[in-house]
Design a protein. Structure first.
Lengths: 248, 871
C-alpha cells in the first residue's frame, strides 16, 4: 500500500469514483502510531468483487490487482482472498457488503465461545458497528503465521500485522475493555470468569486474578500494562500459538 | 510374529511340567534319605531366580554407570548397556559354550515392550501429540512404507548385480527384511532422545512416529511373511489388496481396542474410592489387557496400549487419589525404565551367539547405507509436503535431527528373531544384519546425536516454572484462535479441539469423572494450586534455614489452645519438608515429561505434610491483616478447622473421663467457647496492625482471662495435657485423617458466606504484597482440595446434620453477638460433622439424629461406613 491514491483510480474495471469518497483515517487494526489508509470507507470493494464474481470477468486479474494493492500489508494469497471473500459474503446476511455484530453472532460455534463477544468486538473499529471486507481481512491478518523470509526483513518498514507484538496486542485488547492500556483486576476477573466457568467460586477466581496480576506486575500498580504483558509472555511462543494457517 | 509368540507361550507352558517333574524327582530322592533339615533346591527356584538375578545385574549396572558423570554425559545409557550385555554374553558363552540367554520375542513382546509403551502413552503430552498428529501419521505410515520398499528393493537390486554373492532369497525376502528394518524403534528413540533434550515438537514427531509405525510394521511384516510362505508366484493383486485392507483394520482396530479399554479404565477408576489400595493396579491391568486383546485379535498391540494410555490419562489422573497417582507414576516409570534396561542388555547378550552369525559385508554395509540414505530422502520429501500445511515449519535443522534420530532397536530384532528359518532361508544373515544395524544406530548415532544437536544449535526444551499468566493467556489464545477459525469458516486444529473439548465437557467427563473431580479439574486452577504449594514449601524451607518456623507462626495458632508447639513441632515438620525438597532436588529426569513430573512431584507434597503445614501456619498472617478491615468476612475460615482439630483432641481425651450424657452439653459449651474465643480474637485484631509478638502475648493473655473468668464450663486444663502429651506426629496423623472433613467444612463455610464479603476483602487487598496474595490463594486451595477429596453425598449428610443443629440452640444465640455468627456456624458445623465421626456411633445423640434423618437427605449407607473407617 504505497501512498495515497490518485484522484481517480484506474482499475481493470474502469475508473472508480472520484477521490471524494476516499477517506483517510486512522486504521484501528493497524500498527500503533502509524497512519494507514483505508480506501473506500464503505463497501465499494465488496461491491466490485461481487460484481466481478458475478459477471465472471477475469477474476484472476482483479484479485491479483486486489492482492497487490489493497492487501499488500495483509499479505494473503489470491486463493485465500477468494476463499475468505466467499466466507464473508456467506456471513453477510444483509447483503450490504458489510458485516454487523449480528452477522457474527449467527455463527453457532462463536456463540458458545467464552470469548466470542470480545473477539467479535475486536473486528469492529471503535464506535462503528459495521465492518467491511477490508477490515475483516485486516483483523484476520493478525493470525497469519510469520514466514521465514519475514523474520529477517528490514526493520524500518511498517510492522506487519502478524508480528509478535501485534498478535499480543490483539490479545491484550480483548482484556482491556476500558482501553486504558492496562488490564485491571476487574477486567482480568471478567475474562477469567468467562473462561474458567461456573465451577469455581468467586473467591477462587479472585485469588487467581490477584496472583496473576502479582506475577506480571512490575511497577506495582496492581494492573498489567502492555509492556508487562509482553514481558510475562516472553518465553511463550506467541508466533506459533497465535497463528493459524488460512486455507487456500 | 503374533502367532509365533502364541507358540512361545505354549512352549513356556510345556516347559513347566518338565520343571515340576524335576522337582518331584528331586524330592523323591530326598524322601529316600532321612529328613533333611536344610536342602538345596536350585532347580526349584532356578527360573525366577535367574530372572531376578538378571534384573539385579542390569539395575546394578545402571548404578555403576551413573557413578561416573563423565561417561554418562557422553555415552547414552543404552549404548553402555549393550556393551555390558556383550561382555556378559561373552562370559556366559565362555563358561557354558552355548548362548543360553537371549532376548526371545515372547518375552520381549509380552513382558518388556508393554510397560515402555504404556509409559509413553500414559505420559504422552496429549496436546502436543494431537497437534502434530497429521505430521506424525504421515511419517509413520508413508515414511515407513517408503523406507521398507526402497530399502528392500534397493538391496534386491544390488543383489542382482552379484556383489553379495549367492543368497537363497527372492525379492519378497528382501522386502520382508526391508519391512522389519524400516521401522523406527520407540524404545531406542526414547532411550536416546530423553538424554538429548530436543524441543518438544521435534521429539513428539520422532517419538510419535516410532510408536505409530508399529501398525505399518506389523502389517508389512505379516504380509510379506505370508507372501514368502506362499511363494512369489502365488502373489496376486487380490493378496496385495488384502494387505492394504489389513493395514486399515490392524491400525484402526488397534486404536479402537485401546480407546475401548481406556474408556473402561476411566470408568472403573471412577468407582475405586473404597479400594484405594488397589487403585493403581487397575491402571496396569486394564491397559495390559488392551495390549493382549489387540494381540489376540492380531491387531496392532502397540497402538492399542498407546491409545489406551493417551485416552485414559486425563480421567484416571482426575479420578484416582493423589497417592495412587504417585504410585502409578513411579511404578510405571520404574517398570519402563527396568524393561528398557533389560532390553538393551539382552540385545547385547543375544549378539554373542555363534549360531546366528553369518557375515556378508556387502549386504550389511549396504543395508546401513540404504536405511540412512532413504531415511534422509524420505524425511526431506515428506517435510517438504508437510511444510505447506504446517503452521510451525520444520526447518532444515529439524530435518537433520529427524533423519538422524531414525534409530532401530529391539522391535526389529524381535521381529527378525521370529522369522521361520525354513521359509526364510537367509534368516541368519538377516539376524546378523539387524543386530549390526541396531548396534550401529543405538551406539554410533546415539553417541553422536548429542554433539550433533549441540553443534546444530537445535532448539531445546527448557525446564521452567509454570506461570499462571502463561496458562491463562494461553487459554485465551486458544479461544481466540478457535473463534478466528470459526469466523474464517475453516476446519482446523483449533476448531476441532474446541469441538472436542465441548464434547468432553458435555458428555465424557460426566460419565468418566467423579463428580467431585469434574468441578475442580481446571488447568488454570491446578497451576495456581501448584504455585501456592511451591510458595508454601519455600516458606517452610526458609523457616528451616532460620532454624525455626517462628517467623511464620501467627499468633492465632498459639492463641487457640494455648499450646506451644515450638519444641516438638519444627523438628518433625522441617525434616520431612526438607526431605521433600531433597527429593525434588534430584530430578527424576526420565524423559520429556520430566517437567511435568517435577511439577507433579510438588503435588505429592500436598499429600500430607506440606499441606498441613500450610494449613497450620502459612496463611495465618492474613487474618490479622485483614480482620481489621473485615468485620466478619470469609478470611478466618481456617480458624474453625484448627479449633476443631484441637477441640477434637480434647474431646477424645475427655471422653474417657466423662459421661456420655455430659457430652451434649459439653459439646455445646465447647462451641460457645470457640465462638467466644474467636470473637475475642476479632476484637483484638481490629485494634490494628501490631507486631506479631505483641499480638501473641495479647492473645494468650486474653485467652487466659477467658479461662479464668470461668465463663467457659469446659475445664481448660483438658486442652493442655492432651495436646502436650501427644507427640506431634500422632497429632498430625490424626489430623490427616480428618483433613477432608475439616476442609470441606471450611469450603462450605466459605460458600455460605455473604457474597459481598469477598469483594470487600478484595478491595482491601488490592494493595497487597506477596504474602497476602499467597494467603488469599489458600482459600481456594482449601476448597479445591476438599472438592477433590470429598464426595457429594457426605456433604449432603453434613447439611442435614447442620439443619438439625440450627434448630436447637437458644442459649448460644445469647452468648454470640452478630459478629461471631459466622464463626460459630462454622464451628457448629464442624462439631456436627465431628459428631458422626465417632467411633462409638450409636451411643452418641447426634448420631441418633443422623439415623432419623429424613429420606430426602439421600444418604447412602456406605458413605457413613466409609467415614467411619477413616477414623
Amino acid at each position: 500500500m504505497s501512498g495515497r491514491p490518485a484522484e481517480t483510480w484506474e482499475t481493470p474495471l474502469g475508473s472508480l469514483p472520484a477521490a471524494s469518497s476516499w477517506q483517510e483515517q486512522r486504521d484501528p487494526g493497524g500498527v500503533e502510531g502509524k497512519q494507514c489508509f483505508l480506501y473506500p470507507q464503505d463497501c465499494i470493494w465488496a461491491e466490485i468483487i461481487r460484481w466481478v464474481l458475478k459477471s465472471r470477468l477475469s477474476q484472476c486479474l482483479v484479485l491479483e490487482f486486489l492482492s497487490n494493492s489493497c492487501f499488500k500489508p495483509v499479505k494473503v494469497s489470491h486463493s485465500q482472498i477468494t476463499r475468505l471473500y466467499s466466507r464473508f459474503t456467506s456471513l453477510d446476511k444483509g447483503e450490504n457488503g458489510t458485516l454487523s455484530r449480528e452477522d457474527f453472532q449467527r455463527i453457532p460455534e462463536l456463540a458458545i465461545n467464552p470469548l466470542g463477544d470480545r473477539i467479535i468486538n475486536a473486528f469492529f473499529p471503535e464506535g462503528e458497528d459495521q465492518v467491511n471486507f477490508r477490515g475483516f481481512m485486516r483483523t484476520l491478518a493478525h493470525f497469519r503465521p510469520i514466514e521465514d523470509n519475514e523474520k529477517s526483513k528490514d526493520q524500518n518498514g511498517p510492522e506487519p500485522l502478524n508480528s509478535r507484538s501485534n498478535k499480543l496486542h490483539f490479545a491484550f485488547r480483548l482484556y482491556d475493555l476500558d482501553k486504558d492500556d492496562k488490564i485491571s483486576r476487574d477486567e482480568l476477573l471478567q475474562v477469567l470468569r468467562m473462561m474458567v466457568g461456573v465451577n469455581i467460586s468467586d473467591e477462587q477466581l479472585g485469588s487467581i486474578a490477584d496472583r496473576t496480576i502479582q506475577e506480571a506486575d512490575q511497577d506495582g500498580d496492581s494492573a498489567i500494562s502492555f509492556a508487562e504483558f509482553v514481558k510475562v509472555l516472553e518465553k511463550v511462543d506467541v508466533e506459533q500459538k497465535m497463528s493459524i494457517r488460512f486455507l487456500h | 510374529m503374533r502367532q509365533v509368540s502364541g507358540v512361545g507361550l505354549l512352549l513356556g507352558l510345556m516347559a513347566l511340567p518338565v520343571a515340576l517333574g524335576q522337582r518331584s524327582s528331586e524330592s523323591a530322592i530326598n524322601s529316600n534319605q532321612s529328613f533333611a533339615i536344610v536342602s538345596f533346591k536350585w532347580d526349584h527356584v532356578k527360573e525366577p531366580y535367574i530372572i531376578a538375578l538378571w534384573i539385579l545385574v542390569a539395575s546394578l549396572a545402571k548404578i555403576v554407570f551413573h557413578l561416573s558423570h563423565k561417561v554418562t554425559r557422553v555415552v547414552p545409557e543404552s549404548a553402555l548397556l549393550i556393551v555390558l550385555g556383550i561382555v556378559l554374553g561373552g562370559i556366559v558363552l565362555a563358561a557354558d559354550h552355548i548362548a543360553s540367554f537371549t532376548l526371545t520375542p515372547t518375552v520381549f513382546f509380552f513382558y518388556l515392550l508393554p510397560p515402555i509403551v504404556l509409559d509413553a502413552g500414559y505420559f504422552m503430552p496429549n496436546r502436543l501429540f494431537f497437534g502434530n498428529l497429521g505430521t506424525i501419521l504421515l511419517y509413520a505410515v508413508i515414511g515407513t512404507v517408503w523406507n521398507a520398499a526402497t530399502t528392500g528393493l534397493s538391496l534386491y537390486g544390488v543383489y542382482l548385480t552379484g556383489i553379495m554373492g549367492k543368497l537363497n532369497s527372492g525379492v519378497l525376502d528382501f522386502l520382508l527384511f526391508g519391512s522389519l528394518i524400516a521401522a523406527v524403534d520407540p524404545v531406542a528413540v526414547l532411550a536416546v532422545f530423553e538424554e538429548v533434550h530436543v524441543n518438544e515438537v521435534l521429539f513428539i514427531i520422532v517419538f510419535g512416529e516410532s510408536l505409530l509405525n508399529d501398525a505399518v510394521t506389523v502389517v508389512l511384516y505379516n504380509v510379506f511373511e505370508s507372501f514368502v510362505a506362499i511363494g512369489p508366484t502365488n502373489v496376486t493383486g487380490i493378496e496385495c489388496l488384502k494387505g492394504i485392507v489389513s493395514f486399515f483394520v490392524v491400525s484402526l482396530g488397534g486404536t479402537l481396542v485401546g480407546i475401548f479399554f481406556a474408556f473402561l479404565l476411566s470408568l472403573v477408576s471412577r468407582f475405586t474410592k473404597h479400594v484405594r489400595i488397589i487403585e493403581p493396579g487397575f491402571v496396569f491391568i486394564i491397559s495390559y489387557l488392551s495390549y493382549l486383546t489387540a494381540e489376540m485379535l492380531s491387531l496392532s498391540a502397540i497402538l492399542a496400549i498407546t491409545f489406551c494410555g493417551i485416552c485414559c490419562q486425563k480421567y484416571v489422573k482426575a479420578n484416582i487419589s493423589e497417592q495412587s497417582s504417585t504410585t502409578v507414576r513411579y511404578t510405571m516409570k520404574m517398570m519402563a525404565s527396568g524393561a528398557e534396561t533389560i532390553i538393551f542388555m539382552f540385545l547385547g547378550i543375544s549378539a554373542v551367539n555363534p549360531d546366528i552369525w553369518m557375515w556378508n559385508t556387502a549386504f550389511i554395509l549396504l543395508t546401513l547405507v540404504f536405511i540412512s540414505v532413504y531415511r534422509v530422502i524420505g524425511v526431506v520429501l515428506q517435510t517438504w509436503i508437510l511444510n505447506r500445511y504446517r503452521t510451525v515449519q520444520l526447518e532444515i535443522i529439524d530435518q537433520v535431527v529427524m533423519s538422524y534420530g531414525g534409530l532401530r532397536g529391539a522391535v526389529a530384532f524381535a521381529l527378525v528373531a521370529l522369522l521361520d528359518k525354513d521359509k526364510v532361508h537367509d534368516k541368519n544373515l538377516f539376524v546378523s544384519t539387524t543386530i549390526i544395524v541396531v548396534f550401529f544406530t543405538v551406539i554410533f548415532q546415539g553417541l553422536t546425536i548429542k554433539p550433533l544437536v549441540q553443534w546444530l544449535k537445535v532448539k531445546k526444551t527448557e525446564h521452567r516454572e509454570p506461570k499462571l499468566n502463561e496458562k491463562l493467556h494461553g487459554r485465551a489464545f486458544d479461544h481466540i484462535l478457535s473463534a478466528i477459525e470459526d469466523i474464517s469458516g475453516q476446519i482446523g486444529h483449533h476448531y476441532l479441539r474446541d469441538k472436542w473439548s465441548n464434547f468432553d465437557r458435555k458428555f465424557l467427563r460426566k460419565i468418566l469423572m467423579r463428580r467431585s473431580a469434574q468441578k475442580s479439574r481446571d488447568q488454570i486452577l491446578n497451576v495456581f494450586h501448584e504455585l501456592n504449594l511451591k510458595d508454601a514449601i519455600s516458606y517452610v524451607a526458609e523457616g528451616e534455614r532460620r532454624g525455626s518456623l517462628a517467623f511464620i507462626r501467627s499468633p492465632s495458632t498459639d492463641n487457640m489452645v494455648n499450646v506451644d508447639f515450638s519444641t516438638p513441632l519444627p523438628s518433625t515438620v522441617e525434616s520431612s519438608v526438607s526431605y521433600l525438597l531433597r527429593e525434588k532436588a534430584g530430578p527424576v529426569c526420565l524423559d520429556m515429561q520430566a517437567l511435568e513430573q517435577r511439577r507433579k512431584s510438588i503435588r505429592d507434597t500436598e499429600d500430607t505434610l506440606a499441606h498441613h503445614t500450610l494449613q497450620q501456619y502459612l496463611y495465618k498472617p492474613r487474618q490479622e491483616r485483614n480482620s481489621s478491615v473485615i468485620p466478619n468476612g470469609t478470611i478466618p475460615s481456617e480458624n474453625p478447622v484448627q479449633d476443631f482439630t484441637m477441640k477434637e483432641k480434647d474431646l477424645e481425651f475427655s471422653e474417657s473421663e466423662e459421661n456420655n450424657d455430659y457430652e451434649t452439653l459439653h459439646l455445646g459449651k465447647g462451641v460457645d467457647f470457640l465462638a467466644n474465643v474467636t470473637q475475642q480474637n476479632f476484637t483484638d485484631n481490629s485494634t490494628g496492625d501490631m507486631d506479631h509478638d505483641v499480638e501473641m502475648t495479647e492473645y494468650s493473655s486474653s485467652d487466659d482471662q477467658l479461662n479464668q473468668n470461668g465463663s467457659v464450663s469446659v475445664n481448660p486444663l483438658h486442652f493442655f495435657p492432651s495436646c502436650l502429651q501427644m507427640p506431634w506426629t500422632q497429632n498430625y496423623s490424626s489430623l490427616e485423617n480428618r483433613e477432608n472433613i475439616s476442609l470441606s467444612s471450611v469450603s462450605e463455610y466459605i460458600a455460605s458466606c455473604d457474597p459481598n464479603v469477598p469483594d470487600l476483602f478484595w478491595e482491601s487487598g488490592t494493595d497487597t504484597n506477596n504474602k497476602e496474595t499467597v494467603n488469599s490463594g489458600y482459600c481456594s486451595e482449601v476448597s479445591y482440595k476438599s472438592e477433590n477429596s470429598q464426595e457429594e453425598n457426605s456433604l449432603l449428610i453434613f447439611e442435614g446434620l447442620e439443619d438439625s443443629y440450627l434448630k436447637e440452640p437458644q442459649e448460644k444465640k445469647m452468648l454470640l453477638d452478630v459478629q461471631g455468627n459466622y464463626r460459630s456456624a462454622a464451628a457448629r458445623r464442624v462439631q456436627s460433622r465431628r459428631s458422626f465421626h465417632r467411633p462409638k456411633p450409636l451411643q452418641h445423640p447426634k448420631l441418633q439424629k443422623l439415623a432419623s434423618l429424613p429420606a430426602s437427605c439421600h444418604v447412602p449407607p456406605h458413605s457413613l461406613e466409609q467415614e467411619e473407617t477413616q477414623l
